[in-house]
Design a protein around this ligand. Sequence first.
Ligand SMILES: [Zn+2]
Length: 270
Amino acid sequence: MYKIEIIEAGNFYADGGAMFGAVPKRAWSRRYPSDENNLCLMTMRCVLATCGKRLILVDVGMGDKYLDKVKYYQPHNLVPIKDSLVKCGYSLSNITDVILTHLHFDHCGYSTSYADGHIVPTFPNAKYWISRRQWNTLENPNRLEKDSIFEEDIRPLLEHNQLHIIKEDSVLYDGVEVRLYDGHTAGQLVVYFDTDEGMVVFPGDLIPTSSHLSPDWISAYDINALVSVNEKVRFLQEAAKHKYKLIYCHDAYTISSKVRKSGDLFLVEK
Ligand SMILES: [Zn+2]
């Protein structure tokens, strides 16, 4: 059984129109606040899952290697992942595995860091896991995602023989599963942990906030909206049926919840 700890890596702002796509503001603003510039506060929430000597991080936040390139998102309250781990009683070298849901900078920036002018893996003893389709996206970036993916987050992992590629839905270890979902990006990894309180799932940007539980509420950042809708329904039917606890990676107001089905909709289980 895994123990789950939440790691908050910091905040940024995203345009509300971009976060909720075709949904009118009069609808989404009832569920998610925005400021006078239409900006929504977002978190970069990660998970530390531990079981004995196995310490697994899921996503790591944007890090600090290229803040000038992403300043449009106004990153703030950034917490070095090293400090977060120390608070939990661990060091960078204790981490055995890092699962990157996908390669957008707000999820994987801290996978590498500067040391003596070189970019090296932040977690020297970890296996880093990404999906094959994410690797393909890195090698052949499409027009919509090319500004969100930085080679320096991933290439050093390959050079240090720490990169592991996942081709299909897999059991990584006893009590840890990864499954692939398309729509937001190709082959995003959704991560499932068996815990004392049942299955805890990290759906990444498949469901970035609890306000995105409605299947049709699709972010304009998704590369294929219709695929996202179908993938969300596929995931949420299972999540509601089996009472999974979901951790929302970008929701500044709701960390996690179970979900229930109500007609065609899925709602936060209060
Ligand atoms: Zn994201």
